[in-house]
Design a binder for this molecule. Structure first.
Ligand code: FPP
Length: 231
């Protein structure tokens, strides 16, 4: 059995899911929020340690203003509906990304959810919000350079650098899943995915089911992970 502690998901295809049904794109995102709840509760039941979800990238600001505003309203929709359930399931909420540019209301809602769930010991539900892999690496380098200048550190190796990333407290990403049949990483966890298994599934995120997650996990367990070595 391969170790499976951390799954990261690029939740793609909300827009196309809505288009297929002649609905506005925002309806795809709305359905996508319900999926977040379903998959998070299920992943926690499976005993996963961490689930990272790509909710908004540093590039998503390029979308039409109306869509960006809608996406920024989703934390409120999500946590006002499901925070109680997350608490009852012992799920801890965390986030990676730059919160500064996030509108105040969404920022407060996130900060509140992170604080309220901070004592929970079940799965970590980690949202990547206003997150970009390149941005994260640059910030890590800047922080390291400052610490070096201040005499706090003098040695740069992989073990040290890990501590400067936004994921420093999280386990290694074992499996990365992207929905909607797009075969790319889109600036997601660039450093962390070095040895993750990748899975690209056709299903649009609003249609992604617990059974689909089971299938991904079953396929993951068939993969031979050598991490560059010969076994
Ligand atoms: C990509 O689909 C999806 C997003 C940019 C947003 C994903 C966000 C959620 C599912 C909800 C997040 C929840 C919280 C609590 C913050 P797309 O719009 O690019 O789809 P398309 O490629 O079909 O157009």
């Amino acid at each position: 059995m391969n170790t499976l502690e951390h799954i990261a998901i690029i939740m793609d295809g909300n827009g196309r899911w809505a288009k297929q049904r002649n609905l506005p794109r925002t309806m795809g995102h709305k359905k996508g929020v319900e999926k977040v709840r379903e998959i998070a509760i299920y992943a926690n039941e499976l005993g996963l340690k961490c689930l990272t979800l790509y909710a908004f990238s540093t590039e998503n600001w390029k979308r039409p203003e109306q869509e960006v505003n809608y996406l920024m309203s989703l934390p409120k929709v999500f946590f006002s509906s499901y925070l109680k359930e997350l608490m009852a399931n012992n799920i801890r909420v965390t986030m990676i990304g730059d919160l500064k540019r996030i509108p105040e209301e969404a920022r407060k809602i996130f900060t509140d959810a992170i604080e309220k769930t901070s004592g929970n010991t079940g799965m970590i539900l980690n949202f990547a919000l206003n997150y970009g892999g390149r941005d994260e690496i640059i910030r890590a380098c800047q922080k390291y350079a400052q610490d070096y200048k201040d005499g706090i550190t003098s040695n740069l190796d992989e073990e040290t650098f890990k501590n400067y990333l936004m994921t420093s407290d999280l386990p290694e990403v074992d499996l990365m899943i992207r929905t909607s049949n797009e075969i790319r990483i889109s600036n997601f966890l660039l450093y962390q995915l070095a040895y993750s298994e990748m899975m690209f599934v056709e299903t649009f995120w609003p249609d992604f089911s617990c059974q689909d997650l089971d299938k991904c996990i079953a396929e993951y367990q068939m993969r031979k992970r050598n991490f560059g070595a010969v076994k």
